[in-house]
Ligand binder design. Structure first.
Ligand code: GLN
Length: 456
């Protein structure tokens, strides 16, 4: 814990930690020592971790990297962070992210972007760690903590993991409680670990999951001992390669990465088959209707009354001006854009044309996966991202849709509620990490982690 706290102070330039909690860390580290001495060693005992700013942590600023939550210190702890604490984990501080988890580069954060510790060979340009869990990815990649929490609504664990050479798993929807995690799009949001290795991900995921009556979508299922189920043996497993993920303009190095991964799984004894997920091309448009729709509703609570920022009012301003000024000052551009899109697609005249249509498409996407699994596929291998880490500003300079297109390989998994994991499996021509994604059957994270181990 002391070494991590020192490393964090020495790495302020990465802007990964937005709020440090050294006192809490030292107190928990001492408690972990005491537990160990008493012969009680839970899964995460004494392990220093970072916490994404989206998790409510008791008495500690929890702002979802937004100005609108300035000064908010929750009186309660999220279920996932409480589970980790109870399993002995030591929280070092809160991690940077895109505002309300909306983004793929950490550039929408009110704290300014986090920076990727990786650099292109012979080029000092600062790169993004991806997003929205960019601070988590940067912190793990830079060894500021042993692991970190992330959340994933459309790829926010798997994409930053790919861009920083780390492992990130989004479990099946309902595996981790959403209670106390600041909501973005409730039917898509899931928490998961970001770690150095598949084994670490198995250990930490087990500590994060639980059935929680406080989240009505939390699954009442026993949590397997994921680590003990890791054998690395995938002989006889069937891996599907979906042809629709071979998107137009896919860089040769991503194509090669994907082929190399396929060969690795074959060499480990898996059977590889071509499959079709025919509705894949509708996933991005459906996601960018559903996610903003849910966000516009979830974010209605930030009104300057209950918590966080409230605008200074002029003489004669009433409650409407208070709402308007507070929200205009408190929310950044991307969040405002999503609230507007979401409100539009839910409005009386457009509900059927957009929101309802997107929901139907979502069902078709889910069915594509169900059919593949019913045909005997155990896991699906795809690229995690269309490129390696990119420069700051590179994607935002054009138009916001450029950034949305980066989520092409990850959003289907959230729409279908499936578990997905990113494993670093190669480098691009400039030495930057690249990752592959494995998608598993619902509730079969143990199997997914085991297959991922064969890729590592
Ligand atoms: N990049 C996607 C978005 O901006 C996904 C974000 C996430 O998973 N939280 O919505």
């Amino acid at each position: 814990t002391e070494a991590c706290l020192k490393a964090i102070d020495a790495a302020d330039v990465l802007n990964a930690f937005v709020h440090k909690t050294p006192e809490i860390a030292m107190e928990r580290a001492r408690a972990a020592d005491a537990r160990l001495q008493a012969g009680d060693a839970p899964a995460m005992c004494g392990l220093p971790i970072g916490m994404k700013d989206l998790f409510c942590t008791e008495g500690v600023p929890s702002q979802a990297a937004s100005r609108i939550l300035d000064g908010f210190r929750p009186e309660y702890e999220s279920t996932v962070s409480a589970n980790l604490r109870d399993a002995g984990a030591v929280m070092l501080g809160k991690l940077n992210m895109d505002e309300f988890a909306m983004g793929s580069s950490n550039e929408t954060s009110a704290y300014g972007n986090a920076i990727n510790p990786w650099r292109r060979d012979g080029d000092d340009t600062a790169l993004t760690p991806g997003g929205s869990s960019g601070g988590s990815a940067a912190a793990v990649a830079a060894d500021l903590c042993l692991a970190a929490t992330g959340t994933d609504t459309g790829g926010s664990i798997r994409q930053p993991a790919a861009l920083t050479g780390t492992v990130g798993i989004k479990p099946t929807y309902g595996r981790c409680s959403r209670w106390g995690i600041i909501a973005f799009a409730s039917s898509l949001d899931q928490a998961g670990p970001m770690t150095k290795s598949v084994r670490d991900a198995a250990i930490m995921l087990g500590a994060m999951c639980s059935h929680d009556p406080k989240d009505s979508t939390s699954a009442d299922l026993a949590v397997p001992d994921f680590e003990s189920l890791l054998s690395g043996d995938i002989r006889g497993k069937t891996i599907g390669i979906p042809r629709e993920y071979r998107v137009e303009g896919m860089p040769a190095e991503i194509e090669k990465l994907w082929n190399d991964g396929t060969e690795m799984l074959k060499a480990a004894g898996a059977k590889v088959v071509d499959i079709s997920l025919p509705h894949t091309k509708y996933a991005l448009p459906a996601y960018y209707v559903i996610a903003p729709a849910e966000a516009s509703s979830n974010l209605a609570r930030y009104d300057g009354v209950r918590y966080g920022h409230r605008a200074k009012l002029a003489q004669g301003d009433g409650i409407t001006e208070m709402y308007e000024k507070t929200r205009a000052e408190g929310f950044g551009d991307e969040v405002q854009r999503r609230v507007m899109v979401g409100t539009y697609v839910l409005s009386a005249g457009f509900y059927d044309a957009y929101y309802n249509r997107a929901r139907k498409v979502r069902t078709l996407i889910k069915r594509d996966f169900e059919q593949a699994f019913a045909a005997g596929v155990d896991a699906i291998l795809t690229p995690a991202t269309p490129s390696a880490a990119f420069g700051l500003g590179e994607m935002t300079e054009a138009d916001p849709v450029q950034m949305y297109l980066l989520d092409v390989f990850t959003v289907t998994v959230n729409l279908a509620g499936l578990p997905g994991i990113t494993v670093p499996t190669g480098r691009d021509a400039q030495g930057l990490p690249l990752g592959l994604q494995l998608i598993g059957r619902p509730w079969e994270e143990a199997d997914l982690l085991n297959t991922a181990l064969a890729l590592e």
